[in-house]
Design a protein around this ligand. Structure first.
Ligand code: PXP
Length: 242
C-alpha cells in the first residue's frame, strides 16, 4: 500500500455561506473538522470573482491549517501577489473562465509557457511548491516540466463523466499513461476533479499517485453526516484501495 494524501477542498462550504451573504457556515471551521477526520491537506480556489472563498478565508486558513494549504489560482498578477503574501504550502495553477460553473479543463501550459513559467519562478523563489492542473495529454505534461512545475494534478473530470465500461477504461488509461510520463519526467503526480467515494477506486491505482483533491462529493456528504465523518469515510476508501 502506498500513502496517498487527501486534500479536502472546502470551497462549497463557502458557497453555502455566500448563498445568504452571511458568516456561516465557515470554511475555516470546516477545515478544522476535515483535519480531525484525517485530511492531509486543505484546498481552496480563490476565484477572480470571489464567488465562494474570500481573502479573509485564505488568510485565516494559513494560520489555522496544520497539514498543508493548497491554493488553486489562475495565473494572473493579482493572484500571484496574494499567493506571495499569504504563502500557502502549495499552489495549483488552474484556468479560469468567467461564468463557468466549475473549472472546465486543464491549463493550456503549452500555449502559455512564458506566463506560466514566470508565475512558477516567482512562487518557487518563496519556497511554495507548484502543481499545474492539466488534462491527461502528453503535450501539456511535457510543457509543465519545461515551465518548472514540481507536480501535475491530472484532471479526472472527463473520466468521472465517462459512461460505459469502454469509455471509462479509455479515460483511465489516459490518466495512467499521463502519470507514467510525468513520473519519468520527475514530476509528482496528483489527481482531482469529479472524484467521489466510488469512482476514485480505480484512480487510486494511478502510477506514482501522491495526492488527490476532492471537494464536491465530500462537502455533499458532510451536509448529511458531518464533515469529520465524511472525510474519515473517504480516507477509509483511499486506504483500502491504494
Ligand atoms: N482539483 C482542481 C484543480 C479543481 O479546480 C477542483 C474544483 O475546484 C477540484 C480538484 C475538486 O473538484 P470536485 O469539487 O469535483 O471534487
Amino acid at each position: 500500500m502506498k500513502y496517498i494524501r487527501l486534500g479536502v477542498n472546502v470551497d462549497h462550504v463557502a458557497t453555502v455561506r455566500e448563498a445568504r451573504k452571511t458568516y456561516e457556515p465557515d470554511p475555516v471551521a470546516a477545515a478544522v473538522l476535515a483535519e480531525l477526520g484525517g485530511a492531509d491537506g486543505i484546498t481552496v480556489h480563490l476565484r477572480m470573482d470571489r464567488r465562494h472563498i474570500k481573502e479573509r478565508d485564505l488568510k485565516l486558513l494559513k494560520e489555522v491549517v496544520k497539514t498543508r494549504l493548497n491554493l488553486e489560482m489562475a495565473t494572473t498578477d493579482e493572484m500571484l501577489k496574494i499567493a506571495l503574501t499569504v504563502k500557502p504550502h502549495q499552489v495549483t495553477l488552474v484556468p479560469e473562465r468567467e461564468g463557468e460553473i466549475t473549472t472546465e479543463g486543464g491549463l493550456d501550459v503549452e500555449s502559455n509557457l512564458d506566463k506560466v513559467s514566470k508565475v512558477i519562478e516567482a512562487l518557487k523563489r518563496e519556497g511554495i511548491e507548484v502543481s499545474i492542473f492539466v488534462d491527461p495529454e502528453p503535450v501539456q505534461i511535457k510543457a509543465s516540466k519545461r515551465a518548472g512545475a514540481d507536480a501535475i494534478e491530472i484532471h479526472t473530470g472527463i473520466y468521472a463523466e465517462a459512461r460505459g465500461e469502454k469509455r471509462i477504461g479509455e479515460e483511465l488509461s489516459r490518466i495512467f499513461e499521463s502519470a507514467n510520463l510525468a513520473k519519468n519526467l520527475g514530476l509528482k503526480v496528483h489527481a482531482g476533479h469529479g472524484l467521489n467515494y466510488k469512482n476514485i477506486i480505480p484512480v487510486l491505482k494511478t502510477p506514482g499517485l501522491e495526492e488527490v483533491n476532492i471537494g464536491h462529493s465530500i462537502v455533499a456528504r458532510a451536509v448529511l453526516v458531518g464533515m469529520e465523518r465524511a472525510v474519515r469515510e473517504m480516507k477509509e476508501v483511499i486506504d483500502a484501495f491504494s
